[in-house]
Design a binder for this molecule. Structure first.
Ligand code: CO
Length: 612
C-alpha cells in the first residue's frame, strides 16, 4: 500500500489537559494514561512544556522533571514532544542564552525528542538561540508559525495573509527546521484557508508540515480534514474525553473518517477506545476544574477575540482572582482593542497572557492605569517586533528603563540562590525560570515546607485571596471628587490612599488634593478624574502605610529596612495574573517595616510596607 498515511501526534497529556483541565492533571494520573498508550504507534506524543512546567510547580507541588523522566521510562518507543516558547522557554519572560541552552540540554537528556519551538511574534530573531540549542543536542527541531488573522479577515488580511506565512515557512526551513508546524492556537482558521495554506506551503518547502488546531469555535475537526486533503504530513489530535471544547479534535472519529482512504493512518480503534475509557475513569476527580461558565461547548465569539484555549481558562481564573467574574464579557470585548493597540500580535503565550492581563486590568482599573512589567517590556520591544506599530499614545506612557544587571538573572546567580537547598541543575533551572513559585516548590520538595492544603486538593491558590478580600470594614462617604492613580506616581505628600468599593468592585484610589487644580494637567497620562457618589471607603487611613492596589503574590522587596527612599522609587514587585507589577513609593521617607515575605499571598488593600 502506498505510504501516504497521515501521521498522528497525540496531545492528551499536554495541550488536552492544559486546555480542558487548566493544566492540573497530576503525574500519577498522567502515568496511568500513558501506560495505556505506550503501544500505539504515534508519530509523537506531546507530553511536556507549555504551561505544564509552571503549573506542576505552582499548583501541584510536583516536579516537572520527574514527570518527564517517568514518561520516558513508560514510553521508551514513542518520540516525546514538548512545546517551547522560544526565548521564554516554559515561562512568560525572555531568559538569557545560558539558561536557554541549559534548559534545552536538560530537557533533551531527560526525554524530549522533538522540540516544537514557537515565538509569539513569529520573530525569527527570537527563535535563533533555541533552534541552535536543539540542533546542538541532535534533536528534532520543529519550528512553528503561529496562525493569526488581522481581524475577521482569514488568510486575506492586510498583515496576516498567504505571503506572510510563506515568508515565515521559507525562513524557518533556511534556519534548519526539521519540520514546520502551523499552530492555530485559537482554532480560528477556516477549512478552506488551511487547505490553501498547506497546499501552497507544500509546494514551497521540502520538510514535513504539521497542523495543530483547537476545536474552540467548532472549526477544528473540519480544518483537520481539509489539511489532510491538502497533504499535510502530521496532525495533532487528542483522546476523546479531553478533546473538543477548547482542546484538540478527537482521534476516534478521525480514524473512522479516514478508514480505507488514501491517508488512513492504520491505527487500531480498539486501543484508543480502551485508553479513552481509562481516561474517563480518572477524570471525575478533576470535575471541579471543568469550566461550567458556558452552557455551550463551542464558543463562536473566539472568531472575533482570537483567544487560545489555554488562555481562556486562565482568563477565567484571573478574573476570579480579582473577584470580577462578572466582567468577563467586557474583558472579551476589550481584548481586540488591546491587541490592536499592541500592533496585532498573535495571541499566544506569553503575549496572550500579557495582552489578556492588560485587558483585564484595563476593564477593572481603567485603560492603561496599570501597565505590568511584562507589558512595558513588550512596548519597549523586548519581546521582538510586533507585526504592525504599537499605538504611540501608549508608548508614551512607558519610560525606557535602565537594563537590569544581567548577572541578576543568570544561571550562576540561580545556583547561588538555591545552593543551600540543592545543587541539582534541574532544580537550578526550576528556580531560574520561576524564582518565586520555583523556590516555594523547591522548599516543599526538600521537606523545608509542608505541601499546602490547596495544592493537595485541586483548588487554585486564588480562592484564599478571594476569601481574604471579603473581610473588609467599610464606611460611607457621599459626593466627592477623587483622583485615581494606580501607579502611585507623581503624588504630592498630601495624597491619601483609600480602598474603595464601587458596585462590589474593590480597588485602591489615591486622593491627591494638588492634582485637582489646573496646574497638574500634565499628569493626565496616568490619572483619571472620577466623580463618584455614595462611595464606600475603608475605615482607617495611615499616611505611612503602603497598601496593595491589587491581589497577588509578593515577588520581592526592592528596598531594605532603614533605607532612605524618594517618591517614585520602586518599592516591591507583586506578581498578579502572572504579570509582575512594580509598586513605586508614594512619598519620600525611610523604610520602617517590611511585614511580608516573598511568596506571601496578598489581598487587595493589604499592608505592603510602612514608610516614615
Ligand atoms: Co494548542
Amino acid at each position: 500500500m502506498p505510504n501516504n498515511s497521515i501521521k498522528i501526534t497525540d496531545t492528551t497529556l499536554r495541550d488536552g489537559q492544559q486546555s480542558i483541565l487548566a493544566t492540573r492533571l497530576r503525574t500519577e494520573d498522567i502515568i496511568e494514561i500513558a501506560k495505556d498508550m505506550k503501544n500505539i504507534p504515534f508519530y509523537s506524543m506531546e507530553v511536556w512544556g507549555g504551561a505544564t512546567f509552571d503549573s506542576a510547580t505552582r499548583f501541584l507541588a510536583e516536579d516537572p522533571w520527574e514527570r518527564l523522566k517517568l514518561l520516558k521510562e513508560i514510553l521508551p518507543n514513542t518520540p516525546l514532544m514538548m512545546l517551547l516558547r522560544g526565548k521564554s522557554l516554559v515561562g512568560y519572560k525572555s531568559y538569557n542564552n545560558e539558561i536557554i541552552d541549559s534548559f534545552i540540554k536538560e530537557s533533551a537528556k531527560t526525554g524530549i525528542d522533538i522540540f516544537r519551538v514557537f515565538d509569539a511574534l513569529n520573530d525569527e530573531e527570537n527563535l535563533k538561540q533555541a533552534a541552535k540549542a536543539v540542533k546542538a543536542e541532535n534533536k528534532h527541531l520543529q519550528m512553528t508559525i503561529c496562525y493569526s488573522a488581522t481581524e475577521n479577515t482569514g488568510l486575506d488580511g492586510p498583515i496576516y495573509n498567504l505571503e506572510y506565512y510563506e515568508t515565515k515557512a521559507k525562513r524557518f526551513q533556511e534556519m534548519g527546521a526539521d519540520s514546520i508546524c502551523i499552530k492555530d492556537m485559537a482554532g480560528i482558521i477556516s477549512p478552506y484557508d488551511i487547505f490553501k495554506l498547506v497546499s501552497s506551503l507544500k509546494k514551497l518547502i521540502d520538510i514535513p508540515i504539521q497542523f495543530h488546531t483547537h476545536s474552540t469555535s467548532g472549526l477544528g475537526p473540519l480544518s483537520v480534514i481539509k489539511a489532510i486533503e491538502a497533504n499535510v504530513d502530521i496532525v495533532d489530535t487528542c483522546l476523546s474525553p479531553l478533546s473538543l471544547r477548547t482542546s484538540q479534535p478527537p482521534i476516534e472519529p478521525l480514524l473512522i473518517t479516514l478508514k480505507n482512504s488514501e491517508r488512513d493512518p492504520n491505527l487500531n480503534l480498539d486501543e484508543f477506545i480502551r485508553a479513552s475509557e481509562k481516561l474517563k475513569s480518572i477524570l471525575p476527580k478533576y470535575s471541579d476544574l471543568v469550566s461550567n461558565s458556558n452552557n455551550s461547548i463551542l464558543d463562536s465569539t473566539v472568531l472575533k477575540h482570537q483567544i487560545p484555549g489555554g488562555m481562556y481558562s486562565n482568563l477565567l481564573s484571573q478574573l476570579k482572582e480579582s473577584d470580577s467574574l462578572d466582567k468577563l464579557e467586557e474583558v472579551l470585548n476589550e481584548i481586540p482593542n488591546t491587541r490592536k493597540d499592541m500592533g496585532y500580535p498573535p495571541l499566544v503565550t506569553p503575549i496572550s497572557q500579557i495582552v489578556g492581563s492588560q485587558a483585564v486590568s484595563n476593564v477593572i482599573f481603567g485603560k492603561y492605569k496599570i501597565i505590568s512589567e511584562q507589558m512595558q517590556n513588550y512596548i519597549l520591544g523586548e519581546y521582538g517586533k510586533p507585526p504592525s506599530p504599537i499605538n504611540p499614545d501608549i508608548i508614551e506612557m512607558v519610560t525606557p528603563k535602565s537594563k537590569n544587571d544581567p548577572s541578576d538573572e543568570g544561571l550562576e546567580n540561580a545556583k547561588n540562590s538555591i545552593s543551600e537547598i540543592s545543587k541539582n541543575i534541574q532544580d537550578v533551572l526550576t528556580y531560574a525560570l520561576f524564582p518565586n513559585t520555583g523556590m516555594k516548590f523547591l522548599r516543599i520538595k526538600y521537606g523545608l515546607d509542608q505541601v499546602p492544603e490547596n495544592m493537595k486538593l485541586y483548588k487554585s491558590v486564588t480562592t484564599d485571596t478571594a476569601e481574604k478580600l471579603q473581610s473588609k470594614s467599610e464606611i460611607n462617604i457621599k459626593e466627592n471628587i477623587i483622583t485615581i492613580n494606580n501607579n502611585l506616581q507623581n503624588l504630592s505628600p498630601d495624597s491619601k490612599t483609600y480602598n474603595i468599593y464601587i458596585n462590589d468592585e474593590s480597588f485602591q484610589v489615591t486622593v491627591d488634593p494638588t492634582t485637582n487644580d489646573n496646574s497638574s494637567s500634565t499628569k493626565t497620562n496616568n490619572i483619571v478624574e472620577t466623580k463618584t457618589k455614595n462611595m464606600e471607603i475603608e475605615s482607617t487611613q495611615e499616611n505611612n502605610i503602603v497598601k496593595s492596589p491589587l491581589p497577588g503574590i509578593l515577588s520581592k522587596y526592592l528596598v531594605v529596612e532603614g533605607q532612605d527612599i524618594k517618591k517614585g522609587d520602586p518599592l516591591l514587585v507583586i506578581e498578579a495574573m502572572k504579570m509582575e507589577n512594580t509598586i513605586p513609593s508614594p512619598k519620600d521617607g525611610i523604610i520602617k517595616v517590611l511585614p511580608l515575605e516573598p511568596g506571601n499571598l496578598i489581598a487587595r488593600g493589604d499592608t505592603l510596607l510602612t514608610i516614615e
